[in-house]
Write a protein that binds this ligand. Structure first.
Ligand code: AGP
Length: 604
């Protein structure tokens, strides 16, 4: 999704902007641009496609001495990914970059055009710069023009604006899209839409709150809150760990992240398992007081992990649990009662739809909990309580290790609540904890499995579609397997409950229909096997993933034999991730940055 960087200082402005954009590259984008203001003169460059194109265009552009600059990676929402639609957008004497969506842009654009203002792009963003310049003609000063502009915008935004006549200053506004500013030892200022571009430059950062706006110059940081009251910045320390930014010899970040799962799950478990109970120091047991129900809300992969939680919470914690896709929940006037704990799950903590449901729950007075991978993200800052998944930076757009750690947290949380509610006896809880300790082993990628999947993948590059099928908690895993394949192979895939196939989809069965069947030995094995037999009888091509070989399958990905279905779950998860990866590699796709996708979806 779109990314923003900004810089005020004496270092090489162009390089700082381009480096910053590189750090945001993994989020997904289709064009990029920068604008630098020096000695009251602008230089601006834009390019469609990857950042190398922008680097090539700017290779003769040298920035020395003091300058202010803004940069942007764009993920198209309004208008195609063209150079004209790329940010920064210019007026007569100003440039703007923006993340989010200006919902009333069409009305504003119409009004501005009626006044003779000419638009170059199809974007919603361009209205900001023209509106600002219009306001500037009558305002007392630049800040007044900027704040008037912000007050006329509806929707979500993070905005940076630079203008001639204020060549030491960047104007900013944040509402619903993330933005922070950092300072370095020389008091240079860095803006970004997430903290990664600032790591290595800034020791301290200030995360803007919704409604914040103001300006920052070489010597001043001026912030107003949504009521227009001046406020002090609140700087906090920024982590300096950039290690995970490298691929460490793997072909792709996604591959590295699949292989990292064993280590990150160890981190997820660290300090949280005792022999008899789950310890979440970050939770106050009172969070569950008066709670009779859990409602989970999330998008994409995080939704799939939330769906696994419904099985675990009801089975073990004996608490009524439901899950919803955040974008649906938002607009269906849901009934929210105060005996419900509202839980949002998000790798990034910035997904617009999920964030909005959290705001809705808070407004309705519900207790809220976020399961998140990014500390200090918007959701972490907003929720009453937070459990961090500790997966480390995930760069592949297709989520892998984040999902693994989310499911791990849910399994732990189900035991935590089971203990609180006395719904499982101590022996059973101890048994489950002993199983949890085996998960790092079950997600270790073996050469044998990876090699087998590499070879097998060549048979699955065509056909008219894939069905990933599973029962119980293996149904959300099937959904996740299908999503992974869709995201990086661009092949059609559906996740389906095995038992539902006969109610319609079985009509599609023929040798060109590929079925990836999850057959856990320890959960409904015979029932799931019968469902696969029904497909096999209709000549569908079948690949089973199981500890037990099945003579009706065309292909077989063996997993180890375990004592419990949860361990089978985690090893099957790895097999599905590798299968998508290897199919995508054979198809020659961009595994880490698949077309049309963004890592963090900060627009609704
Ligand atoms: C996962 O592979 C996807 N790229 C996507 O579905 C993602 O899980 C979704 O956008 C939600 O993101 P979040 O976890 O950061 O909220």
């Amino acid at each position: 999704m779109c990314g923003i960087v900004g810089y005020i200082g004496r270092k090489n402005t162009k390089e700082i902007l381009l480096e910053g954009l590189k750090e945001l590259e993994y989020r997904g984008y289709d064009s990029a641009g920068i604008a630098v203001l020096q000695n009251d003169t602008f230089e601006s460059y834009k390019a469609v496609g990857k950042l190398v194109n922008l680097e090539e265009k700017t290779k003769d552009f040298i920035t020395q001495d003091f300058a202010v600059g803004i940069g942007h990676t764009r993920w198209a929402t309004h208008g195609k990914p063209t150079e004209l639609n790329a940010h920064p957008h210019m007026g007569e004497s100003s440039y703007v970059v923006h993340n989010g969506i200006i919902e009333n842009y069409a009305t504003l654009k119409k009004e501005l055009m009626a006044e003779g203002i000419h638009f170059l792009s199809q974007t919603d963003t361009e209205v900001i710069v023209h509106l600002f310049e219009k306001n500037l003609r009558s305002a007392k000063n630049t800040l007044e023009a900027f704040s008037q502009t912000i007050s006329q915008l509806h929707g979500a935004y993070a905005i940076l604006l630079v203008t001639k006549g204020e060549d030491e200053t960047i104007f900013f506004a944040k509402h619903g899209s993330p933005m922070l500013v950092g300072i370095d030892a020389q008091n240079d200022k860095y803006f970004a839409s997430s903290d990664t571009p600032l790591i290595g430059h800034c020791s301290d950062v200030n995360y803007f709150d919704d409604g914040d706006y103001g300006y920052i110059s070489a010597d001043e940081i001026v912030i107003f809150d949504k009521m227009g009251q001046k406020k002090n910045p609140h700087f906090t320390k920024l982590t300096q760990n950039k290690l995970s930014a490298q691929k460490n010899g793997f072909r792709f970040f996604m591959e590295k992240e699949i292989y990292e799962q064993s280590d990150v799950i160890i981190d997820t478990l660290l300090g949280r398992l005792s022999d008899k109970e789950i310890v979440f120091d970050e939770l106050d047991a009172s969070l569950f007081e008066g709670i009779n129900e859990i409602k989970l809300c999330a998008c994409g992969t995080s939704y799939h992990s939330a769906l696994t939680a419904t099985y675990l919470f009801e089975r073990y914690a004996k608490i009524k649990t439901s899950v919803e896709v955040a974008s649906e929940f938002r607009y269906r006037s849901p009934i929210m009662s105060r005996d419900t704990l509202f839980v949002v799950i998000s790798q990034s903590g910035e997904t617009a739809d999920t964030l909005e449901t959290l705001k809705m729950a808070k407004a309705a007075g519900l207790k809220t909990l976020v399961i998140c991978n990014v500390d200090n993200s918007s959701m972490v800052r907003l929720a009453d309580a937070c459990i961090l998944t500790r997966a480390g930076v995930e760069k592949g757009v297709a989520s892998t290790k984040a999902f693994a750690t989310q499911v791990m947290v849910f399994w732990m949380l189900s035991m935590y609540v089971a203990k609180l509610k006395n719904s499982l006896d101590a022996l059973e809880i101890a048994k489950q904890i002993a199983l949890m300790r085996q998960v790092p082993g079950s997600v270790k990628v073996s050469d044998a499995m990876h090699e087998r999947i590499k070879r097998l993948s060549k048979r699955y590059l065509h056909g008219h579609g894939f069905f990933f099928i599973g029962r119980d908690i293996f149904y959300p895993l099937a959904l996740e397997g299908a999503l992974k394949l869709k995201e990086i192979s661009y092949l059609h895939a559906e996740g389906y409950p095995s038992g539902e196939m006969k109610h319609g989809p079985i009509a599609l069965a023929d040798p060109e229909l590929f079925t990836i069947a999850l057959l856990p030995q320890h959960l409904l094995y015979d029932k799931a096997k019968s469902n696969v037999e029904e497909l096999s009888a209709r000549d569908a091509t079948i690949c089973t993933i199981s500890a037990l070989e099945f003579d009706k399958a065309d292909d077989f990905i063996p997993i180890n034999s375990y004592e419990d279905y949860m361990l089978e779950f985690f090893e099957m998860m790895v097999a599905l991730q590798l299968l998508s990866l290897e199919i995508s590699v054979r198809l020659g796709n961009d595994v880490d940055m698949p077309r049309n996708l963004a890592k963090s979806v900060t627009v609704e």
